[in-house]
Design a protein around this ligand. Structure first.
Ligand code: ADP
Ligand code: MG
Length: 440
């Protein structure tokens, strides 16, 4: 499968941390991946699935146990370590979640740093840096140190630093993981421009499915493996190759399979502890690992009706020293109200209403969510599909296709981001609602 236009080719790559020791961990299993010049690749998957490991192998920051890693037709595992470093420096720029800026250096000096290795004159270097700062809207801040800037601004410095030596490949590990949605959007926009206008190949890692719309080649990972790949052409039409059948089932369907043969009431009760976990994950807030358990506990209490909206909000907001979760107050508020709306719609969808009314409630909920754009002219079609999905007359995959396909192919022709969001939110409604009625 050698192909001239592959910029990156991975063949049967395995990676084991602490190899040969008692705590050995097999992080990547037989990974095969081709990346072509000019692609905007998004590597998507849950925390711990091996995304950073894979990126670090492409960056030659980690060496695999075996397999081949070709970058621009060069087998980098056959290089001497010192040549590999030079190769990395001349071809790749890296962007990190935590920005990795040097706290004591000015914005200008941070961005200029990689240029020190390429023998340019100081004036020339600084001019180049100022042009980049201007382009990213942070020129006025050139004298400041990183901590004086917002997260979004710091990440733009990180990107400027990554591209100052004109690399052809940009590797970004959760670059928007610490940013609010507006700054995240701005950073993704910059990445997209670097891809489209400067033909840079971007390889970006994220755990957040909301970011996939920016990509042209989506690589789905799970448990150290690539389970699915998708490509989008310039018109937005997509083509998928599945490595594993599991990937296309919805979260709801996967859960139901585990419980096959049980009564609705039994399933409802068994699902109870999962619900809090799934809701927590769905909010995609960049919290620390140690906070997750506390958030889940609080949501369980909310679902059980022990906490009301205000108590949940206070619990999420309160400092950790005082037994709370320590979230930003605005996030705590958004979270608590978001959960209320979700419980409310789930109760209706599983309540004593006609199928038509249920679908109407679900539609109302969906169009109130950010990033879901359904034109009034499509309400009728979408409501019909939601109704069929609630009644389980169509599978997750059929539901997806019918929302996604263009009108002339019998679909509603919604944009991808909207389709993804509808799928995720419908799953949440079904998961949260299941068993509510049976227990009451
Ligand atoms: P992701 O970026 O998808 O969250 P990683 O690639 O960072 O995942 O990690 C994959 C798995 O490998 C995780 O279980 C992680 O704990 C483990 N791991 C990552 N780096 C190391 C390391 N340096 N030593 C040991 N285990 C590691
Ligand atoms: Mg990672």
């Amino acid at each position: 499968m050698e192909s001239k236009d592959n910029l990156v080719e991975l063949r049967s790559v395995n990676l084991t941390y602490n190899r040969g020791k008692a705590n050995a961990y097999h992080a990547l299993h037989d990974v095969n991946l081709n990346i072509k010049k000019g692609e905007f690749v998004i590597i998507l998957g849950p925390s711990g699935c091996g995304k950073s490991s894979l990126l670090n192998i492409m960056a030659s920051l980690e060496l695999p146990d075996n397999g081949t890693v070709m970058i621009d037709d060069v087998d980098i595992l056959k290089m001497k370590a010192i040549d590999r470093t030079g190769f990395h420096r001349s071809k790749m720029g890296m962007v990190f979640q935590s920005y990795n800026l040097i706290s004591t250096l000015s914005v200008l000096d941070n961005v200029a740093l990689p240029q020190i290795f390429v023998n340019k004159r100081k004036r020339e270097r600084e001019q180049k840096v100022m042009t980049l700062l201007e382009r990213f809207g942070i020129k006025e801040q050139w004298k400041k140190i990183p901590s004086e800037l917002s997260g979004g601004q710091q990440q733009r410095i990180g990107i400027a630093r990554a591209i100052v030596n004109d690399p052809s490949i940009i590797l970004a590990d959760e670059p928007v993981g610490n940013l609010d949605s507006e700054s995240a959007n701005n950073v993704m926009q910059i990445m997209s421009e670097l891809n489209k206008e400067e033909k840079k190949t971007i390889i970006l890692v994220t755990h957040n499915p909301e970011n996939v719309d920016w990509g042209t080649h989506i690589v789905h990972m799970k448990d150290g493996k690539i389970v699915k790949e998708e490509w989008k052409d310039s018109k937005g039409a997509s083509r998928e190759v599945e490595t594993s059948m599991e990937a296309e089932k919805s979260g709801f369907e996967k859960i139901m399979e585990k419980f096959r043969g049980l009564s609705e009431k039994q399933i409802g009760i068994l699902m109870e502890p999962l619900k809090a976990k799934i809701i927590t994950e769905s909010f995609l807030i960049p919290y620390e690992n140690r906070q997750i358990k506390l958030i889940e506990e609080s949501i369980k209490l909310r679902l059980a009706g022990i906490y009301d909206t205000r108590t949940l909000m206070e619990q999420l907001d309160k400092n950790e020293e005082d037994g709370g979760v320590g979230l930003d107050s605005r996030i705590a508020k958004k979270f608590s109200f978001g959960i209320d709306e979700l419980i409310d719609v789930a109760k209706k969808v599983f309540g004593q209403y006609s199928s038509r009314e249920k679908a109407g409630f679900a539609l109302q909920y969906l169009i109130n969510q950010d990033d879901i754009n359904i034109g009034a002219e499509d309400f009728e079609k979408v409501t019909n599909l939601i109704q069929k999905r609630i009644e389980n007359q169509i599978s997750h995959l059929e539901f997806k296709d019918l929302l996604d396909l263009p009108n002339n192919a019998g679909g509603v022709g919604l944009n991808r981001r909207t389709v993804q969001k509808i799928l995720r939110n419908m799953d949440l409604i079904l998961i949260v609602g299941y068993g509510l009625e049976a227990r009451q």
